[in-house]
Ligand binder design. Sequence first.
Ligand code: SF4
Length: 588
Amino acid sequence: MRTSAKILHVDLSSGESDIQEISGREMWLGGCGLAACLFERFGDPAQPPSAPAQPLIFAIGPLTGYFPLQSKVVAGFVSPYTGQYAESHAGGRLGLALRFSGFEALVVTGRASTPSCLIVGSRQLQIKDVHYLWGHDVFSTGKLLRQIHSQHSGHRSILRIGPAGEQGVAYAAINVDTYRHFGRLGAGAVMGGKHLKGIIVAGDASLDLPKERRKSYNETYTQVHHAITGQDVMRKYHDLGTPENLEPLNALQALPWRNLQATNDPAVSSISGETFARDLLLRQTACAGCPVGCIHVGLLRERFGSDHEFFYRQVSYDYEPIFALGSMLGMERASEILTLLEDAERYGLDVISCGVALAWATEALEKGVVTEKETLAPLAFNTLEPYRTALGHLALRSNEFYHALGRGAARAAAEYGGTDFACVLGQEMAGYATGENYFVSQAYGFRHSHLDSGGYAYDQNEGERDVDTAVTALVDDERQRIMVSCMVGCLFARKVYTAEQLQTCLDVLGYSALAAGLEDRAAAVQAKRWALKCATGFDPDTVVIPRRFQEITTWKGAMDPAYMNELGRAYARTIQRMAANAPRWNEE
Ligand code: SF4
């Protein structure tokens, strides 16, 4: 078993790089544990996110490249949105490209003197001046980067930012291989701050497996593959994909509409997964190493001439983007949502945050909290062109209002008013208005994401409002997800990759010692992540859940603010306890 990980560190300020062996895999496992370990080494909790020395880390895990759906990458960085240590996860080809480049992590520090592209492979490293790409959108940047580095096609991963990342929008995304993203908490702004327009990782080496392990590896691989492809639960991700959730959540009164002023609307049928599939779906595609293929690509036709002249473009869609730039903005036509998704993509904005921020701005304009002098467009729910205009202003930070909105809806509301209806739970909410447990889980959660723990599922499955049971469920579920994210597996496969299955996979690759103590090590990684988040400024006692989240009604009835407060306080105490008991790693 490799007890260390080979990582590549590149300092953009000096242009120097070094390869390091990071020991201690028995403590940090890989993935989000490795990213946390590397942040402890390279990061400085006292420095702001914009400090050039702060690292941008991309980490994979011990199973990456060996088993299906172990296809994600963890990015670790200090978030320009929260100022705290953050993670974002993305798929695409990056995981496999990193594995085949021979590195388990890439750490980028410093700031290039001119806009640059970093090219990494097993036998190559280049910091290339690409100043001519600065100002280009995500699409043209991708096209030009593919021309700049035409080798290793199919084994190469291309990351890039758009104007939003260059401008430092606090929720700028990094685009990965066109259809995947490090979306939330501003990884794109971190790249922009480093003058890093693109990163190309070439998976140009091969992987070997010791002869004596091949038989057991083949057997385990086949068994895992069958478990994944034979499951009905995975089939749904390929068929309609996550947009399948629109109709059921709307029926449960849990789908946010018009800045969460409503939780259901009959118009859902025109933007549902079924409607997208029937009218717009062109094809499904997949991250490298995934037999499921949940990425849904729609066909967007845009008429530009009177003689039936059309542009056509391929735009990916998912549940969360349809919620954020769809129901949250009151949009009632699927093709118009696709148009907005394409715009957000082009500018390199996190689609959830920009949609929810614009929903707040729309209500703020309706209520007279701001005027068109600020919004520069007549924002109104279910109108396409004003939102297209606003997305451009948001990405380019056209005036003081959009500058503030680019730091988040809560920040803009603090300046202009309207904090009660800013739908922010740590960052702009994801699309699950399921109830108190979810609102607390996202507001206090490590990534401020619906993926931190199953709060949304807990709301749907548990009728009881019991604080102790709920906190235990959130913490336990987070630990199970961390175990998968240390490998780094797709969370859609977490029912297949149980602790037992992960132990078997680790075992056949020779990581027997890791397999034996997996649950305890995942708990240690969980505590360490919280310790880093708290060390960089997170104080769970200061978390506020805006009034809008107390005002809604779901299928369970009205919210219970007293329960929500009590749950938040109990969760905060548990987080503080975990952080205080985090293990020491790099000092040992
Ligand atoms: S299920 Fe979807 S997100 Fe997960 S690895 Fe496969 S294609 Fe990527």
